[in-house]
Design a protein around this ligand. Structure first.
Ligand SMILES: CC(C)(COP(=O)(O)OP(=O)(O)OC[C@H]1O[C@@H](n2cnc3c(N)ncnc32)[C@H](O)[C@@H]1OP(=O)(O)O)[C@@H](O)C(=O)NCCC(=O)NCCS
Length: 505
């Protein structure tokens, strides 16, 4: 395979297929190559069957094997740029540090979704619109109230977004027409209106749903979203207000949340955003796509790191246990959760801003023993040669975990406070995908099939018991919660009239 070279002013890659000796020119655009170009690279049909199985689909051309999307770009995007090596994160070109310092969450949301900072009147209209879309249909409220008190709040939130979709049939391409959103790409105003209405609804209702998930678990009635409060004040009000009038959350907490929401609004093609785009590519309604994103975010490898970080701090306990824990980290027996990042190999650009938010919040809440432990850990880690030489700095989850904990947020509610602002990123990417020229192509990755070749069906009597020899090749025996020992020791006749005796212990 040759190196990238200039070809008539264009960059290209020269590839030699050593199976056939044929040479291919593959264009390079913006330092990327089109994966479909590899489909033209085919083995010699006269010889490939000597080595390849039919399932290798050799005649269809080369496939690009990239498990976990480690080096596959699936969209052209104008939204967010990350340079992990240099510690850069910019939304629509503006560095995150400037946004955290100068912007508000809803202004950043506008920027991320629509591409520009809004003028003063446009921002006011956008804020009013979002905050006028906070109310839920009372049937949605009733639905939310049926969750058990011990449901994980992300289960509730995920279901709630899907439920919202059932209340907007006009916004469902399966009912209203498959092009109701993609028509917007040609500037169709009705399609744009429909799209932006759903964006306002989802961003507006997200805090109300989050607060409902919080209140269900406390067995408390839901608050009606307040009027005249900011986005994050409204969320805190809906979560916390019990009685009395003119309830106002502490401004340090609402400001801290607002800045944390800016920090969490988008992070280009992370797992949940890719999930939203994958679901959205079938032209499903945006509520379902956002519910899918919520489900992906909920996984411990994605939205659960802040929670895992606090759990580790609780495990460490008091500050005097920190040196012992650090020693275990340096011996590579433990991993310091909340440090290091797959993309940022330098200081995470968000962590400096978040450190300041953390200080502000701790001034109001005071430091708990756990926070002393966290700060001792951060201090010791910054002096550790092991951590420094590997460029392992506190990541955004370390400080957000501490802030949420200091604010008295339950650990399993942390991902909810990630999902609410991330709706902005999901919807910005969804909108961008609906507006792409040439329409939306359904995302359908390929696979490398490594299973059985063709084989014949065997009648049941002729099958051997040894089939399913390994624990993975047959269902394991499961236990039945309702099948108590008393039931197993009882006798009864089932619906078919068969008598069951007491031999089932
Ligand atoms: C985020 C994370 C998964 C990135 O992992 P990665 O890209 O695979 O990092 P690497 O394996 O390249 O790490 C390089 C070295 O640092 C070490 N390392 C990385 N993160 C570490 C951590 N948090 N604590 C201790 N050692 C760590 C690795 O063991 C490796 O050491 P080695 O070179 O001696 O083998 C990893 O840093 C991690 O597990 N962090 C803790 C969990 C966390 O906070 N996740 C939230 C991320 S937003």
């Amino acid at each position: 395979m040759g190196a990238a070279c200039k070809d008539d002013g264009n960059q290209s890659l020269t590839v030699t297929d050593n199976r056939t000796g044929k040479v291919y020119q593959i264009p390079i655009t913006r330092n990327s190559i089109p994966a479909t170009a590899f489909k033209a690279i085919k083995a010699d049909p006269r010889t490939h069957w000597l080595t390849d199985r039919p399932e290798d689909e050799t005649e269809q051309g080369l496939r690009v094997f990239d498990p976990a999307f480690q080096n596959t770009a699936v969209v052209e995007s104008r939204i967010t740029y990350i340079d992990g090596a240099r510690g850069v994160l910019r939304h629509r070109g503006i560095p995150i540090e400037q946004l955290v310092e100068k912007s508000s969450f809803l202004e950043t949301a506008y920027l991320i979704i629509y591409g520009q900072l809004p003028s003063g009147p446009s921002l006011k209209t956008f804020e009013d619109e979002v905050l006028h879309h906070t109310y839920l249909h009372q049937d949605v409220e009733r639905n939310l109230a049926t969750f058990r008190y011990d449901s994980h709040p992300m289960s509730i939130l995920t279901s709630a977004f899907a439920t919202l979709g059932a209340f907007a049939p006009e916004a469902n391409p399966s009912l209203a027409g498959s092009k109701v959103y993609t028509n917007a790409a040609s500037g169709n105003l009705e399609a744009l209106k429909l799209m932006d209405k759903q964006i306002l609804r989802i961003i507006g209702k997200a805090p109300t749903l989050a607060a409902a998930a919080y209140r269900v678990r406390q067995g408390r009635p839901f608050n009606r979203p307040p009027q005249g409060l900011s986005y994050t004040e409204s969320l805190l009000y809906s979560m916390d207000h019990l009685s009395g009038t003119e309830y106002r959350p502490n401004p340090v907490f609402s400001n801290a949340l607002d800045k944390l929401f800016i920090i969490h609004a988008d992070h280009e093609l992370n797992c949940s955003t890719a999930t939203v785009l994958q679901a959205g590519s079938s032209l499903v309604d945006p509520y379902s796509a956002v519910a899918a994103g919520c489900a992906a975010l909920y996984g411990p490898s994605h939205g659960g790191a802040a929670e895992a970080c606090v759990r580790q701090l609780l495990e460490i306990g008091t500050p005097d246990n920190v040196p012992g824990f650090m020693a275990a980290v340096e011996k590579r027996e433990r991993v310091l959760v909340g440090f290091g990042h797959r993309v940022y190999r330098n200081v995470d650009p968000r962590s400096t801003a978040i450190r300041k938010i953390c200080d502000d919040v701790l001034k109001v809440t005071g430091k708990s023993p756990l926070l002393e432990t966290a700060l001792t850990l951060a201090d010791l880690a910054s002096k550790s040669e092991f951590m420094r030489s590997r460029q392992l700095y506190p990541n955004v989850d370390f400080f957000s975990g501490i802030i949420y904990y200091a604010m008295g947020i339950p650990l399993d509610f942390f991902p909810v406070l990630f999902a609410v602002p991330r709706c902005v990123g999901w919807l910005a990417h969804w909108r961008q995908s609906m507006l792409q020229r040439g329409g939306v192509k359904i995302w359908r990755p390929r696979q490398v099939y490594v299973g059985e070749g063709e084989r014949d069906y065997v009648d049941v009597d002729a099958r051997k018991e040894s089939w399913g020899a390994s624990v993975f090749d047959a269902p394991v025996q499961v236990t039945h919660g309702g099948d108590t020992m008393r039931n197993r020791l009882a006798t009864y006749r089932d619906e078919a009239g068969k008598l069951h005796t007491r031999s089932r212990l």
